[in-house]
Design a binder for this molecule. Structure first.
Ligand SMILES: [Zn+2]
Length: 308
């Protein structure tokens, strides 16, 4: 079964490797694993934790473009037929826009020109545009943040709310006219992590036509260590589908195995890396989804979200 993974820190990993002198990190570290797991579409996140400058942000976005172009796998909406022949499509995404410290519209346009299809305003930090989950609970979007999301709607860049605090989340819901999604968050009713979404947030996202990518990091899957596995992750998919409809459920595994033992240790059992992605397909079948529903969750919902 084809998979569309809405979030993987491949952009950051490639940038670190390029700085170490690796020549083709996407090809040598990621491509084969994506093929083995049938991950046909992957959002390659350029991740910024809160201190990076615009120059650093822009450089990573440009470098990710060249990495994907070298392998001929850049996802371009207008060229779907051509890319049907390809097994892997890389979508450029941005996680955290802390480098935007002035002229938000210009910066968003730069992102559009460099094939960014989805972006989040903040990681866990508090920045010029918005407030992440670890920031001041009363602080939401700034006026620059509102300008940024307006420009994102105009440029067709989907807005990812995954790391926003609740104040910022509700500012987005109230003010954003474009596409909105949570690329890597689960249901808070099943697991109390503050990066997971409340039922009210899930309903608000669904009402705006949003999709939610199921996150395979173990602390997002269950509070109980014994249940941090792929079966429990499928239960999050089931819970959200029952709450708002299967059309809003997708994959956003947030694999970190390529960051070494520490990253690998963050992942839930049997869903640790791209080459294990098919275990999620099996787990979805086990929790009672029909084959048509499994297909929607695995890739169709996300593909529709980016192409329609
Ligand atoms: Zn994240």
């Amino acid at each position: 079964m084809k998979i569309f993974d809405l979030h993987c820190d491949i952009g950051s990993d490639c940038e670190y490797q390029l700085m170490k002198g690796e020549l083709e990190p996407f090809k040598t570290r990621h491509l084969q694993k994506l093929i083995d797991g049938e991950v046909s579409y992957v959002c390659c996140a350029c991740f910024f934790y809160g201190k990076e400058t615009w120059d650093e942000m822009a450089k990573m976005i440009v470098d990710m473009n060249s990495e994907l172009m070298k392998n001929d796998v850049v996802f371009v909406k207008d060229n779907l037929d051509y890319f049907k022949e390809h097994r892997v499509h890389g979508i450029i995404s941005v996680e955290g826009m802390c480098g935007v410290q002035e002229n938000p519209r210009e910066k968003v346009q730069f992102m559009k020109e460099h094939n960014v299809k989805v972006a989040s305003l903040a990681w866990n930090d508090e920045n010029y545009l918005a407030t992440g989950v670890k920031g001041n609970v009363c602080r939401g979007l700034t006026s620059a943040g509102l300008e940024a999301i307006d420009e994102m709607a105009k440029c067709g860049i989907a807005l990812d709310v995954s790391h926003l605090n609740e104040a910022s989340f509700w500012d987005v819901i109230k003010n954003h006219s474009g596409k909105v999604c949570a690329t890597h968050s689960n249901a808070r009713t099943l697991c109390s992590h503050d990066r997971n979404l409340t039922d009210m947030q899930i309903k608000a996202l669904a009402a705006k036509g949003g999709i939610i990518g199921m996150n395979a990091c173990r602390f997002f899957v269950s509070d109980n260590e014994e249940e941090q596995n792929v079966e429990t992750l499928a239960k999050h998919a089931k819970y959200i589908a029952d709450l708002v409809g299967v059309e809003h459920v997708a994959c956003g595994f947030d694999f970190m195995d390529f960051f070494g033992e520490g990253g690998l240790g963050e992942m839930a059992k049997d869903i640790e890396s791209d080459d294990k992605a098919q275990n999620f397909v099996e787990a979805l079948r086990k929790v009672g989804f029909t084959e048509e529903e499994v297909e929607k969750i695995c890739y169709k919902n996300a593909l529709d979200f980016f192409t329609k």
